[in-house]
Design a protein around this ligand. Structure first.
Ligand code: SF4
Length: 397
């Protein structure tokens, strides 16, 4: 036993810390203090998984208790035609290819109508950078969706897409955002961030929005009152330092604006893309890497409300475990996803609302259905839990 552990009944539970480098970090977390970059790297390297999990869960429960959020959402990709050529992408197609699609505004409305389910709140759209669609198509689409589906929240266009719209409209990105907001856009997804490090970006997304511009577009969105999310694509050629630098830049922007809802690590999917082929990579990220990454994010991004476990990429089974590793949001029902599945994701195309609730309850947490703006719509706290109450071995002091 060491100074971080205590016998039963002698005060709040603390884990038996095996890695002495974690002791000062534990003290800082307990005191609610911010971790330094070097401390973040200690978290990435520690062999003491037990304490890492305990720490991440400590912060997660301090922020949200047992509440675990999800949204009843529909995913719609209005085109897969894209000229950008990110090497990790298996989704994009060239114009004229048999597998290419490109919906008109009327077709987008028809697709949503076809997939519509009662209680659907969020429509999440991100798509390819279409070379020919005029700027007018985009606000028109947002407007048509709001008119046809009153109450739906359109969360759409990554910062990379916003930059593309700025180029085709010849308007500054701030003006693009303003006009989309006027048309009814309520929030931005977090895609396009990939990894901010220039070394990596040159190899995986060299024609895509630059890191600084990605951050600038989110800064502008926040200045207009549009809240956003932030992602990080990991598990390919990036180093652990580059992962943490990525988070560090997000933490600094969040300090400045407070406009991010959640951080979403996206695990690289190894099928049908040039990057995987060139690397000879056929394996998915390991569960331990996924969990460690989520825990580091929870501890380092102290100013983010939520760390999201994206079940599409790490599986719904691992997401249940991740609820003990800092995750407080598991995204949504999604209904139909194509981007990660094109690259080999083996998860279902969507999950029912009942399945989301069961997943969370079986992990001993309380499901909270939210909308795209993180308003709580329903707390599922009056139903019997699938596997009985969760033992409270880790109690808050
Ligand atoms: S990730 Fe997005 S921008 Fe890059 S090639 Fe694929 S669809 Fe295009």
């Amino acid at each position: 036993m060491n100074e971080a552990s205590s016998p039963a009944g002698a005060g709040p539970y603390r884990p038996s810390v095996r890695d002495p480098k974690l002791l000062p970090i534990l003290e800082k977390i307990e005191a609610g203090k911010r971790l330094t970059f070097d401390e973040g790297m200690v978290l990435y390297h520690t062999p003491d998984y037990n304490t890492l999990m305990w720490l991440a869960n400590r912060v997660r429960e301090r922020k949200h208790g047992d509440k675990t959020y999800f949204v009843h959402s529909l995913r719609l990709e209005f085109t897969n035609i894209c000229y950008v050529g990110c090497t990790f992408c298996a989704f994009a197609a060239k114009k004229g290819e048999a597998r290419a699609w490109d919906y008109s505004v009327e077709e987008v409305v028809a697709k949503v109508r076809e997939k519509w389910e009662p209680g659907l709140t969020e429509l999440h759209m991100s798509s390819g950078h279409h070379p020919n669609r005029p700027w007018s198509y985009y606000p028109e689409m947002v407007r048509a969706l709001n008119e046809n589906f009153p109450g739906i929240q359109v969360k759409a266009f990554t910062a990379a897409e916003i930059e593309h719209l700025s180029k085709i409209s010849k308007k500054p990105t701030l003006e693009v955002l303003r006009e989309l907001k006027e048309a009814g856009l309520v929030a931005l997804p977090g895609g396009g961030a990939e990894i901010f490090a220039e070394r990596v970006r040159r190899q995986i997304a060299k024609n895509k929005v630059k890191a600084e511009k990605w951050l600038q577009i989110h800064r502008e969105a926040h200045s207009l009152g549009l809240r956003t999310n932030a992602t990080m694509l990991y598990g390919h050629i990036e180093t652990l330092e580059e992962r943490l630098e990525h988070m560090d830049r997000l933490r600094r922007l969040q300090d400045e604006t407070g406009g991010f809802y959640s951080f979403i690590p996206l695990a690289f999917q190894p099928d049908a893309n040039a990057l995987a082929f060139n690397l000879g990579k056929t394996e998915f990220t390991t569960g331990l890497d996924d969990l460690r990454n989520l825990a580091v994010a929870r501890l380092y991004l102290d100013n983010f409300d939520h760390i999201k476990g994206y079940w599409v990429m790490i599986s719904s089974d691992l997401v249940q475990v991740a609820l003990d590793w800092g995750v407080s949001d598991i995204d949504g029902t999604i209904i139909e996803e194509h981007i990660a599945h094109a690259a080999g994701a083996t998860s279902p195309l969507g999950l029912s609302r009942q399945k989301m609730v069961q997943l969370i309850q079986a992990a001993g947490r309380v499901p909270v259905e939210r909308d795209a703006l993180y308003n709580e719509l329903r707390i599922y706290d009056n139903l019997p839990k699938a596997e009985g109450p969760r033992p409270k071995a880790i109690s808050a002091s």
